[in-house]
Design a protein. Structure first.
Length: 639
């Protein structure tokens, strides 16, 4: 027995080194502000769970304050937050889970290649090392925290039990896997089909039939009972969001797949998705394809990912790959076993053949790591990604000034550092109550800064939230809510113009924001306009204000322009082409500064707004055919 444990010491050392490598990278990246939105969602959700607030998060906009997945395993993490309430707990758990994914692979390789003893130990060790170096695993580790990164050890031991005839092991770990995410049922159904069709050693076909029935019932309960209960009545949205080309509901998608399965072929053959398969199987020299029928268990997962319109689901650089890894590496072991059997009983040649195949696979994986991985030793490695810069220190300085119980909105890299609170939002969120603080970054194209508070709710704009700077460091500004200004809605033409309409306005320098201020010649005032996207915005539009004299006229008979103001929205930092992104709202607030010329005579002046194509100068017909301007009120110039 002592010899038995001693022989596995090299693997234990490898496991510690590999897990430590993953852990060091993820913690250093988080410290350097390299994590973001998703980590903040999970942290706030688990933190709320640890305080008795069930499945609550303000970072998922569509659910009105509740989490949008069914992942009961997160509840098991709450005791860790009782011991140490820190977002890094999630990163530690993820790194350990990804590292432990090598354990069932190592044990299966050790047992499956038993004919090659004692070489099987070193082959199993090499295969475990290839797993820990695999680029898809390295990328998943640095993509914030995601619950599916907990699946490699759970699905790995599920496969170990299935292929070794250990029913109790298989069913126990499959049950635990189902707690990770609602769509793991797809994998469970594939396993049930495997048992029914192939009747592996230790299982009966009845086991597969029962498992399939339980999984169908489980899926129905999740989609129709558990999920709506946790989200307070929201229907499962992800089929519509990511498979709308197929159907808008789960039932509809299943109907299409059962009645017209050939419709999936064109989406699966798209070049980017074929490249994904190349980058997934290439490091393993496509050997898992020889590991049939084990690799067949991965086909439903691959098809499920590749049919999605959400690109990260078919990218080796995303966080969706961990559930595939156990299948790839168990199939790799089976393939190596098939190959070494080609020696037909010649143990010496069998060992050489297996060792050669594993060595070539290790070289291919190492080469792919150099080309495709994000960590040390790769050509893409950026040490600054893991180093705390002066800019990051400035952000920490400002974050320390935000009260722990205050609501806050901020940019993605800072979300996970401020998510231990009941109200936190991204700068592009649209909460009903404006957050007390904003921590934003001043840079062109950054999310919301200084665009927010130019982001407004969908529908007619009702309020503009004005913030004042209370502290600044480097490129960051900490701002506090000063006041909320009601917006005066404008009547909308019928039908809606394309691609922009003007929804509302507010005079920011007037006591009554719906009434224009009275100002003397030479003074200035601010006018906030609410612009709505009503069509495709594939061009850059300039929005403008004209103050027209109702008495004086131009040569063509049109009222004379007293003054005007024009620019791209957000002072050029938020061009209309940005509005197409899903992260941006349909309504954008834009502030215009109106300078009244010193020689302007007293009187009432009409204020009109419009927009034109930056390249062609062609105006948009905001008020219908032939009407390119919208009247937003009158402006009084006093003596």
């Amino acid at each position: 027995m002592r010899q038995h444990w001693r022989i596995h010491i090299p693997y234990l050392i490898l496991l510690l080194i590999g897990t430590g490598f993953l852990l060091a990278q993820s913690l250093l990246q988080q410290r350097a502000l390299g994590t973001g939105y998703d980590l903040g969602i999970y942290d706030q959700t688990v933190w709320n769970l640890s305080h008795g607030r069930i499945w609550e998060t303000t970072l998922v906009y569509e659910t009105g304050g509740f989490y949008d997945h069914f992942e009961p395993i997160l509840v098991l993490l709450t005791p860790l937050y009782w011991l140490w309430s820190d977002v890094r707990v999630l990163l530690i758990v993820q790194a350990v889970a990804l590292g432990l994914g090598s354990l069932p692979i190592y044990l299966f390789a050790y047992v499956r290649l038993m004919r090659l003893r004692p070489s099987n130990v070193w082959l199993a060790l090499a295969i475990a090392g290839i797993y820990l170096l695999f680029p898809a695993l390295q990328h998943a580790n640095l993509n914030d925290f995601h619950e599916i990164s907990l699946l490699p050890p759970l699905l790995g031991f599920t496969l170990y039990g299935l292929l070794r005839g250990k029913r109790r092991v298989m069913f126990t770990f499959l049950a635990l896997s189902l707690l990770v995410k609602e769509d793991v049922a797809v994998t469970a159904l594939a396993i049930s089909a495997y048992i029914i069709l192939l009747r592996p050693n230790g299982f009966r076909r009845r086991d597969g039939v029962v498992l399939a029935g339980v999984m169908l019932a489980w899926t129905w309960l999740v989609l129709n009972v558990f999920y709506p209960g946790l989200t307070r009545g929201m229907a499962y949205p992800f089929v519509d969001r990511r498979y709308s080309w197929l159907a808008t509901t789960t039932e509809g998608a299943l109907k299409v797949l059962l009645t017209r399965p050939w419709v999936i072929l064109p989406p699966l053959a798209e070049p980017p998705k074929l490249l994904f398969l190349l980058r997934l199987f290439g490091p393993l020299l496509f050997l898992p394809l020889l590991g049939w029928p084990v690799i067949g268990l991965a086909l439903p997962i691959l098809v499920y990912l590749m049919l999605s319109s959400y690109q990260p689901q078919w990218s080796v650089q995303s966080y969706y790959n961990p559930p595939l890894l156990p299948f790839l590496f168990f199939a790799l072991v089976v393939a190596i076993d098939y190959i070494q059997r080609l020696a037909k009983g010649n143990l010496k040649w069998a060992r050489r053949l297996a060792a050669t195949v594993v060595a070539l696979t290790a070289v291919a994986t190492a080469a792919t790591y150099y080309v495709d991985a994000p960590g040390p030793g790769s050509r893409a490695f950026d040490a600054n990604r893991f180093r705390v810069s002066a800019k990051a220190e400035a952000a920490y300085e400002l974050m320390d000034q935000i009260p722990a119980d205050s609501s806050v909105s901020t940019i993605w890299p800072l979300i996970s550092h401020l998510s231990h609170r009941q109200q936190i939002y991204t700068v592009l969120a649209r909460p009903t109550e404006p957050p007390a603080y904003r921590l934003v970054e001043e840079m062109p194209g950054s999310e919301g800064a200084p665009i927010y508070p130019f982001a407004a709710p969908d529908g007619s704009p009702t309020v503009y939230n004005e913030y004042g700077v209370v502290a600044a460091a480097d490129a960051y500004r900490l701002e506090k809510l000063q006041r909320s200004v009601p917006m005066e809605p404008l009547p909308q033409p019928d039908p809606q113009p394309v691609p922009l309409s003007l929804d509302g306005y507010a005079w920011l320098d007037s006591a009554d924001t719906a009434q224009p201020p009275a100002l003397a010649a030479g003074q200035s005032t601010r006018l906030m306009l609410a612009w709505r996207r009503t069509g495709t915005l594939d061009r850059r539009y300039v929005v403008f204000i004209h103050v027209l004299d109702p008495v004086r006229q131009q040569a063509d008979g049109a009222p004379a322009i007293v003054t005007q103001s024009d620019h791209e929205p957000g002072g050029g930092l938020y061009p209309t082409t940005f509005w197409e992104s899903w992260t941006y709202p349909g309504v954008v607030l834009d502030q215009q500064q109106i300078e009244i010329p010193p020689d302007s005579p007293p009187g009432m002046y009409a204020v009109w707004a419009g927009a034109y194509d930056k390249e062609t100068g062609e105006r948009i017909e905001l008020g219908g055919p032939g009407e390119t301007l919208v009247h937003v009120g009158d402006l009084e110039i006093t003596p």
